[in-house]
Design a protein. Structure first.
Length: 376
């Protein structure tokens, strides 16, 4: 009996510890910086903040709206209050750099077949339990291997690689806002296209200041479900919807991806609601991509999304009147290609991330129909 009681007590302690860790990571308060602290020479002053009484800093970049005492770091893990000023710790510190097919981002209506010079720094302003890049997105800058790269060097590397575009991706570009903005300005001056792959969790004013230097913006839309955002991402739905509207209104090309997580956001009613909202608020020609969830990070206990669920989601969105609906990371050729809304003919044929045939000339089909996008 004593042994049973001891085991029960041990399990209770372990369970309590697990809950403590869970709720600490879900908390919306800020975190103090663990050692080692960045050297003074590594600090780059951030934009979009205000200093309050007592050297308290209020970050105005994203909806987390962190209020940081001196020496503390925000939920993004990369913005720190040092003496009443906010600094971007990851500025110029790349954790991932790679040339990818633009279709991998995915952008299906932007320069088909182009190579995108892609880069990221550590950190993210969400805590998605299913994050596929959690090794860098959920890390402080000193917890992962990084490579110093100035904005000038990033643009030069893009040109050397023969890439036509530069993409801010992998983690969350919002949290390396200053670095992204400086690169984008230089890239535009060199004739490069600039792409943002984001969760859309950003305040309107910083977004408005960024968009003039961006050619295309893709939002990884988590779910048309406020509870999903709160419990599985640590964010909230409403600001993301506002971002989608603002990007669309700005004239910057917009595409949306919805990862269907098994049993969490893959219900047919929710997919239908999302498609209706897009059509009513953004228009029927905004490309929508559905992708398949694979067990990852803290949701490794869930099974992969059935392929049939992803195919059905595409069918539902088309039923609701969206013209360009795609499926990602599943073997389904029909969901890879772009079709003419007027004739139903394939105008861009793809196999996975590769373009097999492109019948468009500057975005115009052989029948004279204009397909919206960024084509030259």
């Amino acid at each position: 009996m004593k042994r049973v009681l001891a085991i029960g007590f041990l399990l209770a302690v372990v369970g309590a510890a697990a809950l403590l860790i869970y709720f600490r990571e879900r908390a919306t308060t800020t975190e103090a910086a663990p050692p080692p602290p960045p050297a003074a020479g590594d600090l780059h002053e951030a934009m979009w903040y205000e200093t309050l009484a007592g050297n308290l800093v209020h970050c105005l970049l994203c909806p987390n709206s962190c209020r940081l005492p001196d020496g503390h770091i925000g939920l993004c893990r990369v913005r720190k209050n040092v003496g009443g000023k906010l600094y971007a710790l990851s500025y110029g510190q790349t954790a991932a750099v790679h040339a990818d097919p633009i279709e991998k981002k995915p952008f299906y209506h932007v320069l088909p077949g182009a190579q995108a010079f892609s880069l990221a720094t550590p950190g993210c302003n969400m805590r998605c339990l299913f994050c596929q890049n959690w090794e860098i997105s959920q890390a402080f800058p000193w917890e992962v291997e990084t490579r110093a790269m100035t904005p000038e060097e990033a643009v030069a590397a893009t040109l050397r690689a023969g890439c036509q575009v530069i993409a801010f991706t992998y983690s969350e570009p919002t949290i390396f806002y200053e670095y992204m903005l400086d690169i984008a300005k230089l890239a535009k001056a060199k004739g490069l296209k600039t792409l943002v792959v984001s969760n859309g969790y950003i305040q309107p004013e910083p977004l408005k200041a960024l968009l003039p230097f961006i050619d295309a913006y893709k939002v990884d839309f988590k779910a048309f479900n406020p509870k999903f955002y709160t419990e599985l991402t640590g964010g909230s739905l409403a600001p993301v919807l506002d971002t989608l509207k603002l990007v669309r209104q700005s004239g910057v090309w917009l595409e949306i991806v919805n990862l269907l997580v098994t049993g969490e956001n893959d219900g047919e009613d929710e997919v239908r609601q999302l498609a209706r909202w897009i059509k009513e608020n953004l228009g029927d020609d905004v490309p929508l991509h559905f992708s398949r969830f694979h067990p990852m990070h803290k949701l490794s206990n869930l099974p992969p999304t059935p392929v049939e669920t992803v195919i059905r989601a595409r069918a539902i969105a088309r039923e609701e009147g969206l013209k360009f609906v795609y499926t990602g990371n599943i073997p389904y050729a029909e969901g890879d290609s772009t079709y003419s809304p007027q004739t139903g003919k394939i105008v861009i044929e793809r196999r996975g991330y590769f373009v097999v045939r492109n019948a468009l000339r500057d975005g115009v089909t052989p029948d004279g129909e204009t397909i919206p996008g960024v084509w030259k």
